[in-house]
Design a protein around this ligand. Structure first.
Ligand code: NAD
Length: 262
């Protein structure tokens, strides 16, 4: 149902972003991939997306740099109107507030929050003109509740939840039910099996196996005691892109095994 649509997914050379890119391509969208990695990693990510039969291209941009973001958006726009924008790139650094390196604060805010502001500012007006647009920001349970040792990350994720609500309000009346409207939402995952959380799994092993580390992480916060897989998030993003989701906007939806229900 996404044939003829173009999607930009930031941070899609790995983890959740890559699974979202694959899911959107599977639904028929052309997908602009973005993210860091060796040429081999980027080629492998692209191949796994084009395997679906949809077109995909990698667009370079270090998301800490607003000029590179602007350049990337112009290049993607020249390739196709951006109908779907998924801000997924993100980094994490776990340490007590007093020990967080200021450079980590700057990088986490730049990539997890400011980059989404820049991409949305560029993409939303065109979506409104065409009457259809979907912005899905991959926030986190840490956009809804806090945990210790994650000051910059939690600040960035609460920030993106607020940013998304403002954008949702400003574009709520764009388009129609028939055209699909313009919606802006956050998905707020709990633990998802990706390279991002590997250091935290290792830190929770307590001399045991990797599985022990995973179990300890889940027991602390996630009542389902199951990790999500990246494709679980991909499926939710595809569903948000449906026309029937036209009135679901300004929401921050947990997919967290009950973490934030406690
Ligand atoms: P990941 O490390 O597998 O992927 C992160 C992606 O961001 C990669 O493609 C990487 O290249 C890209 N990236 C990092 N710095 C960049 C930069 N400067 N410029 C451009 N791209 C950059 O991590 P993931 O777990 O897939 O995380 C994706 C998103 O999901 C993040 O925003 C993260 O906060 C969020 N999230 C993850 C979890 C989890 O448990 N894994 C839970 C909740 C939210």
């Amino acid at each position: 149902f996404l044939q003829g649509r173009t999607a930009l997914v930031t941070g899609s050379t790995s983890g959740i972003g890559l699974a979202i890119a694959q899911a959107l391509a599977n639904a028929g969208a052309r997908v602009a991939i973005n993210g860091l990695g060796t040429p081999e990693q980027i080629d492998a990510a692209l191949a796994s997306v084009t395997d679906t039969g949809s077109q995909a291209r990698h667009f370079d941009a270090d998301l800490r740099k607003p000029d590179q973001i602007a350049h990337m958006l112009e290049a993607v726009q020249a390739w196709g109107n951006i109908d779907i924008l998924v801000n997924c790139a993100g980094i994490q650094h776990a340490a007590p507030l007093a020990e967080q390196p200021p450079q980590k604060w700057d990088d986490i805010i730049a990539i997890n929050l400011s980059a989404a502001f820049h991409t949305m500012q560029h993409a939303l007006p065109g979506m409104a003109e065409r009457g259809y647009g979907r912005v899905v920001n991959i926030a986190s349970v840490h956009g809804l509740v806090a945990s210790k040792n994650k000051a910059p990350y939690v600040a960035s994720k609460f920030g993106i939840v607020g940013l998304s609500k403002v954008a949702a309000l400003e574009y709520a009346a764009a388009g129609s039910r028939e055209s699909g409207g313009v919606t802006v939402n956050c998905v707020c995952p709990g633990w998802v099996e990706t390279p991002l959380i590997e250091p935290q799994i290792q830190a929770h092993r307590n001399g045991g196996s990797r599985d022990d580390g995973v179990r300890a992480l889940l027991e602390e916060k996630q009542p389902s005691l199951r990790m999500s897989l990246p494709e679980d998030i991909g499926a939710m993003v595809v569903w948000l892109c449906r026309r029937e989701s036209h009135n679901l906007t300004g929401a921050a939806m947990p997919m967290d095994g009950g973490w934030t229900a406690q």
